[in-house]
Write a protein that binds this ligand. Structure first.
Ligand code: NIG
Ligand code: FE
Length: 415
């Protein structure tokens, strides 16, 4: 395949810098190159710089893309999504609009368990077809990598079915998918009142099988006193760590600190949500080097105003990540630009901080920072041309599809 060059970039946002997760002031360093250009060979970046420096390097058969004076960003790395499920929950959305709460709906058999019932009935090909539709939505926002969780099966067969769909999405592309096993997302109907029995299935049947078939890189669990309280979650996390899974935890979405403390205790890669976490919980994350993954779209969509304390986290030196939490209940959006907008207006992050949190820091949280998350020579040519002239316009003009073109490994996968 011939080389590919991208020229006429008003601002090339490289996010180049330290190879470690970015904290404090580093979160504002975009490695911005005005009038930038890129050169791609065999799917990798071979030169990144000003147009004046890159243009003389172009060979005769090089394919040239004119960015039209727009910005170019690394492909977003969405480090928390639940993209494989059947049906949707527009009915519950209507109920919530009428004032019924997310937890009330869940306690009457709705919520996660209603999606589980439908997902169990669906075929693998039906789930893959639905996931393909959502994949397109991720691309439209400029996302090229997602972390994808199971968790709407809650039986051995149904969880394996979902993880196989995630594997197929990754193999068939164009979105890169990092799989996470979330068998402990909820206690399924048939184990109602028998949480220990379900945990035994997760630990003795599901985890070993998922490990043997190499169907997931991470294990996640929904830690809440009314779902999996800390003492139950510990059993799952211990078993997962023994089998070599990295750990990510749904922590403190509604109740303070159990989740954050557990994430620190197990030195999890990430603690996600953290809407209810107190300063003590944040200190524990800092000491243990856990990355917070903030999900403002789920706060917004649940009609809450209780956003996580992003500024406090940044001041403490935590390597903050932003993600969509795409799922049919709390956060039916695949749009990273929308998440960036919410982070700026509701959590007072600066536009630059939101970009670093959604690219490089997210890649770090998935152990992929050597390959993706910034535009530096030797890394994958995963990037998006966004319809803006200045990077601040990305969150500022909110609620639109900003990506003009998206490239994964140099190939144009969305236009
Ligand atoms: O991250 N909190 C648990 N899991 C999801 C919600 C899943 C759902 O409502 O279906 C979340 O918000
Ligand atoms: Fe989630």
């Amino acid at each position: 395949m011939p080389d590919l060059a991208v020229l006429n970039i008003s601002q090339l946002v490289t996010v180049a810098g330290s190879p470690r997760p970015r904290t404090c002031g580093e979160l504002r360093e975009l490695g911005l190159i005005p009038d930038g250009a890129l050169l791609v060979r065999q799917g990798k970046l071979v030169a990144v710089g000003t147009r004046a420096r890159i243009e003389p390097l172009l060979a005769g058969d090089c394919e040239v893309v004119d960015a039209g004076g727009r910005i170019v960003l690394p492909g977003f790395v969405d480090a928390h999504t639940h993209p494989v499920f059947a049906g949707n929950r527009a009915d519950e959305y209507e109920l919530r609009a009428a004032g019924v709460s997310y937890r009330e709906i869940a306690s009457h058999g709705g919520g996660i368990r209603s999606t589980v019932r439908r997902t169990r009935e669906a075929t693998e090909s039906g789930l893959l077809a639905a996931a393909r539709k959502y994949q397109e939505w991720f691309l439209r926002g400029g996302t090229t990598t997602i972390e994808a969780k199971s968790g709407y099966g809650l039986s051995l067969e149904a969880e394996l079915k979902i993880l196989r769909v995630i594997r197929q999405m990754d193999v068939q592309g164009p979105l890169r998918c990092v799989p996470t096993f979330l068998g402990a997302h909820e206690v399924p109907d048939e184990f109602h009142g028998r949480i220990d029995g379900y945990i035994e299935v997760v630990v003795k049947e599901m985890l070993p099988r998922v490990a043997a078939e190499k169907l997931a890189r991470y294990c996640d669990i929904f830690v809440e006193p009314f779902v999996f309280p800390a003492e139950k979650a510990r059993v799952v996390l211990h078993a997962a760590a023994q089998l070599g899974f990295g750990l990510r935890i749904h922590a403190d979405q509604f109740t303070p600190d159990e989740g954050a403390r557990l994430a620190a205790e197990f030195r999890a890669a990430t603690a996600d949500h953290l809407e209810a976490t107190t300063p003590a919980g944040l200190e524990a994350l800092k000491t243990a080097g856990v990355q917070p993954v903030l999900l403002p779209a789920s706060v917004y969509n649940l009609g809450s105003t209780h956003y996580p304390a992003a500024r406090r986290m940044i001041d403490l030196g935590l390597a903050v990540v932003l993600a969509t939490d795409f799922n049919p209940g709390s956060s039916p959006t695949a749009s990273m630009p929308m998440v960036l907008s919410l982070a700026c207006t509701q959590m007072k992050m600066t536009p630059a901080e939101t970009i670093v949190a959604a690219t490089f820091n997210a890649a770090c949280s998935l152990g992929l920072s050597a390959e993706i998350g910034s535009l530096e020579t030797g890394k994958a040519a995963d990037f998006a041309i966004h319809d803006c002239n200045d990077y601040r316009e990305l969150p500022y003009f909110f609620g639109r599809e900003t990506a003009r073109a998206v490239h994964r490994g140099g190939l144009c996968v969305y236009k």
